[in-house]
Design a protein. Structure first.
Length: 409
């Protein structure tokens, strides 16, 4: 039985979603690991210990477990984690040797984990599969007001150069890996993200609205994700302000983040007051994933106004709930949202286009229903089981004919 070491240093698959450093990557690691385990592979997911209450081992189901490694302060900022990576490797190795474990493949997520995986791959003599989720060069080109550490650029380049395989989530990401980083085309595989269509499925709209305290006649626009500049939330608030100017009875639900958090969330509240739309916005805070379908199904439209997205998992979840999407035409979003069929793609930074497309959907129930039907059908073709099967194929191709890793290494 093949055993895979999954490294997700800062993205714990059992962390609460929607807060500062949690989101689609956490969902991806959780769902792919579970699906690989269900297919008969042994999967250990190594991540930092983020809280004193974290148990060392958490079972995620058949053949899958999360292993928390103590490396640095529990609540360390993501920008400071790199300094703790040697301690993370040491803690991982202590656990591995104490339990007599050997692995056939190491699969890493994000550049921090990629650095760890490069060391372990060399030490263990096993192949390294890397997934980046975001790329520094693309974030820099998005000009979203966030600066990436110089070290990240150099580490990404080294990991891309040395990894045995790189999994890109969209053709756009693969093109960026080849053009901006010089990746070997033979080493890059495009495997999209997935969605659990049994969890994310259509629910009765009126019942969802009643449970969430929303009026039946409100035009509900939904945003789900982290509260950060890269997500294009200034553009979203200005677009909603245009709708209010048009006289639309719009309500914007913003799901994600901590309600008591200062910083960017405070900036958004101030901007809403300046635009005169505070009464049209409800900041919900983070929501457990099992409750997200309530919000998707209560909404008339879901928005993804990001300046950069490697894939756009929120768009896929909304589509699985038969909710049309208005999204920026950036990154991997065009591979998820079918423009004019499951929603609309609009130019980045364009308030007028965003507001116009929102108004088109909000003013036509028949259009929303038609797009929602196609959206659901599209999302059902992207399930986590098929994603995991493709990941397993990549791992199997790399390990065929190789001797297994010695547990005493």
């Amino acid at each position: 039985m093949q055993r895979i070491a999954v490294i997700s240093v800062h993205g714990c698959p059992v962390a609460r979603l929607g807060e500062k450093d949690t989101g689609g990557m956490n969902v991806y690691v959780l769902q792919v690991a579970r699906s690989l385990g269900a297919a008969g592979l042994q999967v250990d997911v190594y991540t930092r210990c983020h809280d004193p209450s974290d148990p060392q081992i958490v079972s995620l189901g058949a053949n899958v477990r999360v292993v928390h490694i103590l490396a640095g302060p529990y609540h360390e900022a993501k920008g400071n984690i790199f300094r703790h990576l040697p301690a993370f490797i040491a803690g991982l190795e202590t656990f591995r040797k104490a339990h007599g474990l050997g692995y056939d493949v190491v699969h890493t997520h994000y550049w921090l984990s990629g650095w760890v995986g490069a060391q372990l791959s060399r030490h263990w003599g096993v192949p390294h599969v890397a997934s980046f989720h975001t790329l520094a060069e693309l974030k820099r080109r998005a000009r979203a007001g966030e600066r990436e550490p110089a070290r990240r650029f150099s580490v990404e380049r080294r990991v891309i150069e040395r990894a045995d395989r790189i999994i890109a989530f969209s053709p756009h990401e693969k093109e960026a890996l080849l053009r901006l980083y010089g990746a070997d085309p033979a080493h890059v595989r495009v495997i999209p993200c997935g969605v659990d269509a049994d969890v994310f499925h259509p629910l009765d709209r009126e019942e969802c609205r009643t449970e969430l305290g929303l009026a039946p006649d409100e035009q509900v626009v939904l945003y789900v994700g982290r509260m950060e500049p890269l997500k294009g939330l200034d553009l979203l608030l200005r677009s909603v302000a245009r709708l209010v100017e048009y006289g639309e009875p719009v309500r914007l639900l913003m799901v994600g983040g901590k309600l008591r958090e200062a910083g960017y969330l405070s900036h958004l509240r101030r901007l809403a007051r300046t635009l005169g739309i505070s009464c049209h916005i409800r900041f919900v805070g983070s929501v457990p994933q099992v409750k997200l379908p309530l919000y998707y199904c209560a909404a008339d439209v879901c928005v993804v106004p990001s300046y950069y997205e490697s894939f756009g998992l929120v768009a896929l979840e909304a589509m699985a709930c038969s909710t049309p999407v208005v999204a920026s035409r950036v990154g991997g979003l065009p591979s998820v949202v079918v423009d004019g069929r499951t929603g609309y793609l609009v130019p980045m930074h364009c308030v007028e286009s965003f507001a116009s497309r929102l108004e088109m959907l909000l003013s036509s129930e028949s259009l929303r229903r038609a797009m929602g039907k196609v959206a659901r059908e599209t999302a059902q073709r992207l399930d986590w089981g098929s994603v995991a099967a493709q990941v397993a194929t990549v791992c199997r191709e790399l390990t065929e004919g190789r001797a297994p890793m010695a547990t005493a290494v």
